[in-house]
Design a protein around this ligand. Structure first.
Ligand SMILES: Nc1ncnc2c1ncn2[C@@H]1O[C@H](COP(=O)(O)OP(=O)(O)OP(=O)(O)O)[C@@H](O)[C@H]1O
Ligand SMILES: [Mg+2]
Length: 453
């Protein structure tokens, strides 16, 4: 017979608190992830009617980060709850769903730093507590970790609010721009009227300039799975940065992922963005959750809602993308045609200028012959009739041995018109001998619309 105490001997699921805390904290590897945890707490846990304002101070030199909010603050008992790893979210329990869900955000500081100090005021009472990595490391057991109390429920005139100080940051420097950018992306659809400042910069999300916007809704089976949601598809006026491309997926205003659902890297996908809010993704009762404690900004494709959502987004993103590709092809073809037309016009101009110059040179050469005069005027003054060697019209011989350009041996191309060996003549004034006759054809005298085309 055993004399063991059945209660003490039973098997329980328990947790090693110190290891749990540090492993949860390990998910917050960068300053922006850490800052966002405390900023989102500050924005969410406010008294009714308060417009949330959160100030973030990043001090690379002092290796510290401070996040101050005008939220509801925490009582002694709230603080006890604050330090419960994976604690139930009180607001959710009371039907107020929001960003907070897992109860691990408080550990974020230890992802990058060694000290977490919380100074919080509620209803005129201020409490300051501190937790250090050395206290956590010192835990040789699974037992709860004692938190150092610096001040307890001290009477104060300070309004409600909390200041979280993250000290002894182990990062080489703090990435202010990265933090701002990350907060701004998250604020894109956060409830209106919230303000966040990072080192005095007010975070504001500016969406890329939109060329076209369309709204689509799921039908039938996909509506049954993802709900009555609205997909907003936008085409940007110019290619957008890679991290802004795609459809931002939210659940009750909380940003979970941005995806092109398979169209990544495809032609014209760099112009597509948009958003969709799917409240169902926040359903905690599904066997396979749609997102997890890692805040990886990636949804779980094994979740039914996520799978259906990806399908829905993919179809419509591809539709928009194909239309853009088609539009771009037409635009390019039109531009190419215009370019070719301009090129042809340029060539035409060069040829015609050359030809004019050649004609002038010939005319000047004729004019230099003794007894001749500048025939440019004569040529210009004739009616453009071609003259052949003959005896009817006044003409001068411009070449005694035959016409230019016909079968003069150049290149040996056979088959052309045989060369005319008569002297070449041009019309002249009455004083010239009658050495020409009308051919009946027009000379190649270029006027408007004539010449090389
Ligand atoms: N700045 C704050 N002001 C008032 N209450 C706060 C503040 N920060 C946290 N709390 C309270 O402490 C609890 C624990 O915060 P924590 O961030 O660890 O978890 P959570 O916000 O519930 O969930 P998640 O881990 O998903 O962020 C919150 O649920 C909230 O009740
Ligand atoms: Mg939180």
């Amino acid at each position: 017979m055993s004399n063991r105490n059945p209660d003490r001997d039973a098997i329980f699921v328990k947790s090693h608190v110190a290891r749990d805390l540090l492993q949860s904290a390990g998910l917050f590897k960068t300053d922006k992830l850490v800052v966002w945890e405390y900023v989102s707490n500050g924005l969410q846990y406010v008294d009714p009617g308060t417009s949330p304002v959160v100030h973030v101070a990043l001090d690379s030199k002092a290796r510290s980060i401070t996040v101050s909010d005008n939220g509801r603050g925490m009582t002694w008992s709230d603080l006890r709850n604050f330090f419960v790893m994976h604690g139930v979210n009180i607001d959710r329990k009371m039907g107020r769903s929001g960003r907070g869900r897992f109860g691990t955000g408080k550990s974020a500081a230890f992802g990058i730093a060694d000290v977490l100090r919380v100074r919080t005021t509620r209803d005129g009472l201020r409490t300051i507590v501190e937790l250090k990595r050395s206290d956590i490391d010192a835990m040789g057991s699974e037992d709860p970790i004692p938190v150092k109390v610096i001040a307890r429920e001290v009477t104060t005139n300070e309004p409600n609010g909390t200041i979280v100080e993250i000290a002894q940051v182990n990062l080489r420097s703090l990435d202010q721009q990265g933090v701002i950018h990350y907060i701004e992306r998250h604020l894109a659809r956060w409830s209106k009227g919230v303000r966040v400042y990072v080192n005095n910069h007010e975070c504001e999300y500016a969406e890329p300039p939109v060329a076209v916007e369309q709204h689509v809704f799921p039908v039938e089976e996909s509506r049954d799975v993802i709900g009555d949601v609205e997909l907003i598809l936008k085409t940007a006026k110019a290619p957008i940065d890679e991290d802004l491309r795609g459809i931002a997926i939210y659940s009750n205003g909380v940003w979970l992922e941005t995806t092109l659902a398979g169209s990544e890297g495809r032609e014209m996908s760099q112009y597509i963005f948009g958003e969709i809010d799917v409240p169902r993704l926040d359903d905690e009762r599904t066997a396979i959750p749609s997102f997890d404690i890692s805040r990886s900004m990636r949804l779980n494709p094994n979740n039914e809602t996520v799978r259906a959502l990806y399908g829905f987004i993919s179809v419509h993103v591809e539709e928009v993308r194909r239309a853009l590709v088609e539009e771009e092809r037409t635009r390019k073809a039109t531009a190419e045609a215009r370019r070719l037309r301009e090129q042809a016009r340029g060539i035409e101009k060069v040829l015609n200028e050359d030809f004019d110059e050649f004609r002038n040179r010939v005319a000047r050469a004729k004019a230099r012959q003794p007894g001749s005069r500048d025939l440019r005027a004569v040529v210009a003054g004739t009616d453009g009739q071609d003259l052949l060697f003959g005896s009817d019209e006044s003409a001068v011989i411009v070449s005694p041995t035959g016409d230019l350009g016909h079968g003069d041996g150049d290149g040996g191309e056979g088959g052309g018109e045989p060369r005319n060996l008569d002297p070449v003549v041009e019309a002249s004034d009455e004083s010239a001998p009658r050495l020409g006759k009308h051919s009946g054809g027009k000379r190649d005298r270029r006027g408007r619309g004539e010449g090389f085309r």
